[in-house]
Design a protein around this ligand. Structure first.
Ligand code: FES
Length: 326
């Protein structure tokens, strides 16, 4: 697996590893030499280069003004391809690991009223946003949906925070009256009202689908997926990619990704998640019809047909060649 990123690598030490809830641990990371870490904004994430060689992205969940540490939280995922189990089983306090500088694809845009919705471990960027909104005195409410209290991370931190009264918990295991009523929570769309949502794919689809039904503008819906969507690959075929700068034409077989083909040809395209989630491999497309399979671009961006994530996306059936701006 490639571990190339476009950002400067940093070396950090695991200062603390804490159990935050059933199946969830947090890592407090500090610079190995005790220096300040690069600044970050609410919604940012970092790459962790894990001891088993995998590179995974985790949202920063501490206060975005902190420079002395980064805080991430990781859910042990039974269907994980090895990232979460490496964090839970291999990493320990005192370990040194490489991370990337923070980057942000989930910006906290200016809002008159923000609705923050976190599903499960998706609470991590949401918590960081709540810290920022409280600090800047923006009106907001935070809804935190989980299966049950024992699997709900950061309850003590939230209770001790200055925004505790803005947080509403919704447990799947709880009474019907405390469950999230998405329609009522989202309410009538307004120009200054913005939704920020992060969580499992089903949760995201439900919330975003409800917002659309209520007439929300796409410009007011902000989201971050942390898992790739299930895609039916049974009809995948081969196609060609053309490198615009050299004219080289490469064939992508049905069981290959474009990034694999580029890498095999010696092309050093930055990649990270390889799931269409992080946007690291985003590449401009000059010609050809794209079959978007990522969770990163918005519908409006996809419709433009001028950029894609080659780690998962392909040429549409019937399109023989994609011309890449490489
Ligand atoms: S590497 Fe993350 S979207 Fe392609």
């Amino acid at each position: 697996m490639s571990t190339t990123t476009t950002l400067s690598p940093l070396w950090v030490r695991v200062l603390a590893k804490r159990a935050e809830a059933e199946g969830i641990c947090s890592l407090e990371l500090v610079d190995v030499d005790g220096r300040e870490l690069p600044p970050f904004s609410a919604g940012s994430h970092i790459d962790l280069h894990l001891p088993n060689g995998l590179v995974r992205q985790y949202s920063l969940c501490n206060h975005p003004e902190e420079r002395h540490r980064y805080l991430v939280a990781v859910l042990r995922d039974p269907s994980s391809r090895g990232g979460s189990s490496a964090v839970h089983e291999l990493l320990k306090e005192g370990d040194v690991l490489q991370i990337s500088e923070p980057r942000n694809h989930f910006h906290l845009v200016p809002a008159q009223h923000a609705i923050l919705l976190g599903g499960g471990i998706g609470v991590t960027p949401i918590l960081c946003m709540a810290e920022r909104l409280r600090q800047t005195n923006v009106q907001f409410e935070m809804h935190y949906c989980t299966r049950e209290p024992s699997r709900t991370a950061f309850q003590a931190r939230i209770a001790a925070s200055s925004f505790a009264d803005r947080v509403h918990y919704h447990f799947d295991s709880g009474a019907p009256e405390q469950k999230l009523d998405a329609r009522t929570t989202l309410g009538t769309p307004e120009a200054g009202k913005h939704l920020f949502v992060c969580g499992p794919n089903g949760f995201m689809d439900w919330i975003i689908g409800t917002a659309r039904e209520l007439g929300w503008s796409e410009d007011n819906i902000h989201r971050e997926y942390f898992a790739a969507a299930e895609v039916d690959t049974s009809f995948d075929g081969s196609f060609q990619i053309k490198i615009a700068s050299t004219g080289a034409v490469l064939t992508v077989q049905k069981n290959q990704t474009i990034t694999q083909v580029l890498e095999a040809d010696g092309f050093n395209l930055p990649i990270s998640c390889e799931q269409g989630v992080c946007g690291t491999c985003l590449t401009r497309v000059l010609e050809g019809a794209i079959d978007h399979r990522d969770m990163f671009l918005t519908d409006a961006e996809r419709a433009q047909n001028d950029q894609f994530t080659p780690c998962v996306s392909r040429a549409k059936t019937g399109c023989k060649t994609l011309v890449l701006d490489l």
